[in-house]
Design a protein around this ligand. Structure first.
Ligand SMILES: Cc1cc2nc3c(=O)[nH]c(=O)nc-3n(C[C@H](O)[C@H](O)[C@H](O)COP(=O)(O)OP(=O)(O)OC[C@H]3O[C@@H](n4cnc5c(N)ncnc54)[C@H](O)[C@@H]3O)c2cc1C
Length: 435
């Protein structure tokens, strides 16, 4: 019998999982509910999007969807590492063993969505935008949806499901429903840094600044405020500014002129290609925060599953949130293959396999990358040693953390075990700073 699947959330996780389920020999009929409007109708710079780095872990999942690799290659750039620009004009380079793909989160989502719509008609797939899931009744397998409209009063709908997927991000309403069952535990924490997106023109077009292509460019102040920028396919630069949420100067910047002055004083290179219009848009954009999530179970019996940020949202520090989300999809698909789509077996096996990795990727994201200046220098040295020694003595010296997390041949749990000394050191340092 065809199973009725309701996916909450049309982000990278929900849309990619829809692809994988629809390829499973007509076993699933899918409805996706997304609270935001259709992204095809909204200009990018009016959204809270940001560039993401995707390595083999995420790309391997995407490349298995026919046509998607070619589409993504037209809207993303291959990137080979990062450059940290220091105050004295010198650069510290962090080159990667393998290239990764730099792509805007909303461009990625749009590409997966368009591909889905091209491949499946309404008999198998329906995507409802402006539809927010507000409540779930686990015992009766129903969801409540509020359908918003710019012209009419909101409509309340109730829908039933055989399988409910919570792909609704860090503040998941599906995860909240897990409290209707026994022994569910979740920890949520805000990352100390908040962020605002930046959309800048091609530097070479309006200034004498020429930033190396195919790199993530970073500028960091002693107080931890960091600008990260990546070239886009049209040579414009997008990125984010990260800053401590508490007592931050960014909240005070209310006008374009104030924004320009702040950048001139603190990030003079970036200020050279920050035009008035971009500064004004920046001043209007809200501050965003990142919530991390750690829970002890990702399923309820044979009928509810959490994937992606809903299950294990992490700090963006080492670029693993979307990579691990896409890996979730591939692993769930493999588990369905193994159990011939028996949902009872597959959902419990998924939690068993994936919870340890969800905990590990959170730990790695919280503690791999130091903010402290001295520890950062140590991180660079360790990275260079690991790069040199791992190919010669692979058993004794693990690969550099950043290479390992972007590859897909080592699980997050193993990477955490291999780097336990470094992670413990950073954890200790962070805790001593907080106390
Ligand atoms: C600044 C920043 C930089 C990042 N950089 C990277 C990077 O370099 N590499 C990387 O791998 N990851 C990165 N990430 C993380 C990445 O964005 C997330 O891990 C990824 O988007 C998770 O996908 P998802 O589909 O699980 O959730 P989301 O992308 O959060 O999508 C969830 C969707 O569910 C919808 N939704 C929520 N609640 C409801 C509801 N009640 N009803 C209906 N719809 C709902 C939301 O509108 C949203 O569209 C970064 C994150 C941030 C904030």
């Amino acid at each position: 019998m065809v199973k009725k699947v309701a996916i909450i959330g049309a982000g990278p996780g929900g849309l990619t999982l829809a692809h994988y389920l629809l390829r499973r020999e007509h076993k699933y009929q899918i409805d996706i509910y997304e609270r935001r409007s259709d992204p095809r109708d909204i200009p990018l710079n009016q959204t809270r999007t940001f560039p993401m780095s995707l390595g083999d872990r995420g790309l391997k999942t995407l490349w298995q969807i026919p046509g998607l690799e070619a589409e993504i290659k037209t809207i993303s750039l291959e990137t080979t590492g990062s450059i940290l620009h220091q105050k004295n004009g010198k650069q510290r380079r962090l080159d990667r063993k393998k290239t990764f793909v730099s792509i805007d989160r909303n461009h990625l989502t749009l590409a997966i969505l368009k591909n889905l719509n091209q491949q499946y008609d309404h008999s198998r797939l329906n995507i409802y935008f402006d539809c927010q899931c507000t409540n779930i009744d686990i015992a009766n397998k129903t969801i409540n949806i509020t359908q918003n409209s710019s012209t009419e009063q909101p409509t309340e709908l109730t829908r039933n499901y055989d399988l409910l997927i919570g792909a609704d991000g860090a503040r998941s309403v599906v995860r909240e429903a897990f409290f209707q069952t026994q022994d569910f535990q979740v920890e949520t924490d805000y990352v100390p840094s908040a962020y605002k997106s930046l959309y800048l023109p091609n530097p070479a077009e309006i200034s004498d600044i020429n930033l190396e292509a195919r790199k993530v460019h970073a500028w960091r102040l002693n107080n931890g405020i960091t600008v990260l920028l990546v070239h886009q396919i049209d040579k414009t630069m997008n990125g984010v500014i990260l800053f401590p949420y508490q007592n931050n100067p960014i909240a005070e910047l209310k006008t374009g002129a104030q924004v320009q002055q702040f950048f001139q004083e603190n990030f003079p290179v970036v200020s050279k290609f920050l035009p008035q219009s971009a500064a004004e848009e920046f001043a209007q954009r809200p501050i965003s925060r990142v919530l991390t999530v750690r829970c002890n179970r990702y399923h309820i019996e044979d009928s509810v599953l959490l994937i992606g940020d809903a299950a294990h949202a992490v700090s963006p520090s080492i670029g693993q949130g979307c990579n691990s989300t896409l890996e979730d999809v591939r692993i769930f698909n493999e588990i369905l293959d193994k159990n011939a789509d028996d949902l009872g077996k597959s959902l419990s096996e998924y939690s068993l396999v994936r919870v340890p990795d969800g905990h590990a990727v959170k730990e790695l994201s919280d503690y791999s990358f130091p903010t402290d200046k001295k520890l950062f220098a140590e991180f660079i040295i360790r990275n260079s040693f690991a790069k040199f020694l791992h190919p010669i003595f692979p058993r004794k010296f693990p690969p550099p953390i950043l290479d390992a997390v972007f590859a897909d041949d080592i699980s997050y749990s193993t990477i955490l075990l291999q780097n336990q000394d470094w992670i413990s050191k950073l954890k200790k340092n962070n805790h001593s700073l907080q106390s």
